[in-house]
Design a protein around this ligand. Structure first.
Ligand SMILES: [Fe+2]
Ligand SMILES: [Fe+2]
Length: 210
């Protein structure tokens, strides 16, 4: 288990190393600073998801840099929700419905700045469910199928890593309806099309010991 300070240092070093174009470093740093003020351990959660997603992307020959930044910013929309939802209490079903709005809020906040990362944020809780969240209409019309496919692949990695981190670190119960005797069973049920990603993410999570 790494300390908060070690985690922050690892993240800052990687932000510098990747040095993405388009102001993504500054957006990520600003988000982490803001979410670190009063949203419980959401900052550390985002940092761990970024590191895990980066590692899984590397293992599957996806774009590790894109996965890292999408992981860092996936919960951007939590900034517009009350901090009391993240204080560690077991939230009610009503509160959970409110919390779910963060995915689309994150998409809206980021889409004019970082389109790829925005889509990953918007998709990270509803990859295989209809009813809320994004549709193909939300993708820029001039994007190639290859880019759309990349968004969907990286979103799946973020989503799986997010679930693993919430399960292994969060004090509050997972209320999304997943039921199973163990983490892998729950993940396979939830991500039937991404069993390889699930297994690699579980392996990476064990090895990294975040
Ligand atoms: Fe989330
Ligand atoms: Fe998350």
């Amino acid at each position: 288990m790494v300390t908060k300070e070690e985690l922050m240092a690892m993240i800052n070093a990687k932000i510098e190393l990747y040095n993405p174009r388009g102001g993504l470093s500054q957006t990520a740093k600003f988000f982490l600073a803001l979410i670190g003020i009063n949203h419980g351990d959401t900052r550390e959660h985002c940092e761990r998801v970024a590191l895990l997603a980066e590692q899984v992307a590397r293992m599957t020959k996806m774009d590790a840099k894109a996965a890292f930044f999408a992981g860092l910013l996936h919960d951007t929309g939590k900034l517009v929700l009350p901090a009391s939802l993240f204080d560690g209490h077991n939230i009610s079903a009503e509160e959970y419905a409110h919390v779910k709005e963060h995915a689309i809020a994150g998409f809206r906040a980021l889409r004019g700045l970082h389109a790829f990362t925005a889509l990953c944020a918007g998709l990270h809780h509803n990859l295989y469910k209809a009813g809320y969240g994004l549709t193909l209409e939300d993708f820029p019309k001039d994007w190639s199928m290859a880019t759309i496919k990349k968004v969907l692949e990286i979103s799946a990695v973020i989503s799986v890593c997010d679930f693993i981190d919430a399960y292994t670190h969060r004090a509050t119960k997972i209320l999304d309806g997943s039921a199973g005797s163990d983490l892998r069973t729950m993940l396979v049920q939830k991500y039937p099309d991404d069993v390889l990603v699930v297994d690699l993410a579980l392996l990476a999570n064990d090895e990294m010991g975040l």
